[in-house]
Design a protein around this ligand. Structure first.
Ligand SMILES: [Zn+2]
Length: 310
């Protein structure tokens, strides 16, 4: 589930996507429930489907199976999804935060398929995260854990979408890279970023494109974002002692231009032996991590324990 589209897939136990469908996201609650149900029915047709998991952006109260806060998908807030959808789809329904689902995808089929401890971070418009520890998804007391993007990194830093200042999201997301790109464009009007800013609003993607062409100023913006990211990751490495930190999401189009700086900061700031064990790398499943992880969660939640917490 996303703010603009609903993507549904049928996935085998081995993580192969057999069929997919996409619907635009309606912005009224009734039409949203209808579209989710239709996407599930359409994609299930002709397959023996044993369960469904909805991967939803926002804060989910696991005990109530309800999305309580979803800034990009307001229409889904408060809907009793299991009551509304369960009878219609006729198979067990699980609801999970989208970044947690993507983390589970990378754990089962991607960057950490051989490991038991993974910290997954997704850099997009915002920053999402998921933590797998001892092979279980960490949800916390209410199911709200793993919000890695809203850890404070710089006490007086830029305002975050969540209202706090200096969150990791406000310093290292695609949005933050775009904001920093616009700032340096003003500072250096004769630079490529400066010239672009005269024509239109500079976005995170523009910074990445220019950096890939070797533009020094754009490279410095990505390096800076990577350092903030690394400061955040160093904390996660100290707390969770993971074998793998996987970074995915749209802003990972910048790949090593961000990750190299992040890795350096992790090495400088995290403690041994955790910092010597951990491998900080790009997530491997790309945009499919969400649908693969959601499917695996649907399967794993019906066959046994998969979560730490409720
Ligand atoms: Zn925040």
């Amino acid at each position: 589930m996303g703010g603009t589209k609903i993507a549904a897939g049928v996935v085998t136990p081995e993580g192969k996507i057999l069929d997919e469908t996409r619907y635009p996201t309606p912005h009224s609650s009734e039409r949203l429930v209808e579209s989710i149900a239709r996407a599930i029915e359409e994609v299930s047709d002709g397959f023996e489907v044993g369960g469904v998991c909805l991967a939803v952006p926002g804060l989910i109260l696991a005990q109530e199976n309800k999305v309580v806060f979803s800034p990009n998908l307001r229409a889904i807030e408060g809907i009793p999804l299991i009551d509304e959808l369960g009878p219609r789809i006729g198979v067990p329904l699980t609801i999970e935060n989208d970044a947690n689902a993507a983390a589970w995808g990378e754990f089962r089929f991607g960057a950490a398929s051989e490991e038991d401890h993974l910290v997954f971070v997704t850099l997009g418009t915002g920053i999402g995260g998921g933590v797998i520890t001892h092979g279980l998804l960490l949800r916390g007391a209410q199911g709200a854990g793993g919000e890695l993007g809203h850890v404070t990194i710089q006490a007086t830093g830029p305002r975050c979408a969540c209202g706090n200042r200096g969150c990791l999201e406000a310093l290292a997301s695609g949005t933050a890279i775009g904001r920093r790109g616009r700032e340096v464009a003003i500072e250096y009007p004769d630079s490529a970023l400066g010239r672009l800013a005269i024509k239109r609003k500079v976005l995170g993607e523009d910074v990445t494109d220019l950096a890939r062409q070797g533009d020094e100023l754009a490279l410095s913006v990505l390096d800076e974002a990577g350092r903030w990211l690394g400061i955040g990751l160093a904390g996660f490495v100290n707390i969770f002692n993971p074998e793998v930190v996987a970074v995915g999401g749209g802003a990972m189009a910048a790949g090593e231009l961000i990750l190299e700086a992040a890795r350096e900061e992790v090495y400088l700031r995290a403690r041994p032996p955790s910092r010597d064990l951990v491998e900080v790398k790009e997530a491997t499943l790309g945009p499919e991590s969400g649908v693969l992880g959601a499917a695996a969660l649907a399967r794993d939640s019906s066959s046994g324990e998969y979560v730490l917490g409720n």
